[in-house]
Design a protein around this ligand. Structure first.
Ligand code: IMP
Length: 206
């Protein structure tokens, strides 16, 4: 059996939804800091998804100390053409004021309000994912999922997924991402595609 198969792999996130998705994509269990009483809340100061993913991976690696375990980190977000690419790398903090975060539902309502009746509804999810072995050895991949923002409040639909999924329509399915099953979402999603590249890399380098 390869070393990679028996190795503990960490995922630099506190987002349980992301952990669940990536575990299904990689078909293996991942360890996240909160489940090991490790306080992990790095400031995402990068200008790009790649920079932030690398920053998160390096930060967790540092916190783990001498452990040899590889660390996966992702940075993702929604880029809306009618909003000049916003919220983009700021997706997790969209609408935040005075340190007070909005709920996903509030973010979705704010985004629809900001976009108003703009004819430009195209948007994409982006996910940069890093597999870090040590400070200077890492594999990075970035993927996308194209779609469009629903036209109005009464088209917000679905209970699956998380975050912006209920306002993100997939034209091919005429359903929002939140109306897809977990498997359907993972098959087409930005995180699914990036995760499968990481899985292949792990297989070939284990
Ligand atoms: P981060 O990658 O943890 O910095 O935050 C990404 C933010 O982008 C999340 O909090 C969500 O709001 C949004 N996001 C990223 N991926 C998805 C997705 O697959 N569905 C819905 N929202 C997402």
């Amino acid at each position: 059996m390869s070393i990679i198969k028996t190795m503990k792999i960490w995922f630099a996130t506190n987002n349980i939804h992301k952990k669940k998705e990536l575990q299904a994509i990689l078909n293996r269990s991942l360890h996240i800091p909160s489940e090991h009483r490790i306080s992990f809340d790095p400031e995402e100061t990068g200008d790009t998804f790649c920079e932030n993913a690398l920053l998160k991976a390096r930060e967790l690696k540092k916190l783990l100390g001498k452990k040899n375990d590889p660390v996966i980190a992702d940075d993702s977000g929604l880029c809306v053409d009618g909003l000049d690419g916003r919220p983009g790398v700021q997706s997790a903090y969209y609408g935040e004021s005075g340190g007070k975060k909005l709920t996903s539902q509030q973010k979705n309502l704010l985004l629809l309000e900001e976009l108003g009746d703009s004819k430009i509804r195209t948007a994409r999810f982006i996910c940069a994912m890093v597999l870090l072995f040590d400070e200077n050895r890492f594999f990075v991949v970035q993927e996308t999922l194209e779609g469009e923002i629903v036209k109005s409040h009464n088209q917000i639909r679905g209970t699956g997924g998380f975050g912006y999924d209920p306002i993100f329509n997939i034209p091919k399915f005429s359903r929002t991402l939140a109306e897809l099953s977990d498997e359907e979402k993972n098959n087409i999603s930005h995180r699914g595609k990036a995760g499968r590249s990481i899985a292949k890399f792990l297989q070939n380098n284990g």
